[in-house]
Design a protein around this ligand. Sequence first.
Ligand code: GCU
Length: 335
Amino acid sequence: MRRWLLRALTLVSAFALAACGAKGGVATVEGGTLHLSINQTAEHPMTVALKTMADNFSERTDGRWTLVIHPNEVLGAQREVIQLLQDDIVELAIVNGSQLENLNHDFRVFNLPFVFDDIDHQMAVVNNPEITKDLYSSLTGSNIEVIAAYTGGERSLYTKRGPINQPADLSGMKIRVQETDTNLRMIRQMSGSPTPMSYGEVYTALQAGVINGAENNEVSYVQQKHYEVAKQWSYTRHLIIPDYLIASHAMMQRFTPEDKAIFDELLAQSVTDEIKLWNDTTNEALETMKSAGVTITEPDADAFRKAIEPMINDSLTTDAQRELFEKTRALAGGK
Ligand code: GCU
């Protein structure tokens, strides 16, 4: 299925390029089909918000543009899709901050534990161009542009055995993490054994006992059905990592100014929509967890914070990172 889809997309993208016209030295396109990859279900808040955006974009451009959303990792895991986007085969993709950290370490600042106090703080920072402008355009040389940031909620731990009350309870447990040094170190600080793997592999790994637990938000835990195979949820709330909508930089240049203005307006709306959907979907997920018999506990938050905190300063290795961190913290508490 994936191979077939990718072959079709490669052909379409060659056609789209051939259809370009030149205006004032920049090759613009009047319309076409854009492909967006996301590793979440069709019901996930980001997928839903982006689907609304896709429908409105088509309507507002009189059907000249179509935005096709490919959910459920059908085009590949985030890491693979970044490559497709760099090659201009896929024009848009949702990727976690962790993936961008591997391409530019400055993204790490927004991926650190406790950097954001809550989702409101996160959103005030990650969509503030005064703070993010340079960071989000830092990968254009690799054809990647960050065009929006969405909340992926607060991440907590879930395990097959439990409860997890304090870091020592994770000793000897293999905990799946996203593939970055920051995530690996974070679990080590919590006394666990980090096991990096892609999102789509987690269910089977939990089921087979290859890992003893993982960490994520309530929505992913429920929509990916991880609660079926790991029934202990411990509210550590250690991370609030953003998800980014990344775009092919080349494609973003091909819009006419009029279409780009419509696209940007709908994009901003999708961020607002997603936050609302996020809160509703999280509440629904919590209800599902309770009715499915998940054991939900509030561990010793201070003990986890104390274990993790030493890595924060060490992780800020450049002036740019320290400056980003300070600007982020300056907006904490609604300041
Ligand atoms: C969340 C996040 C995804 C990420 C996933 C993961 O669901 O929104 O972008 O891929 O966690 O843990 O891999």
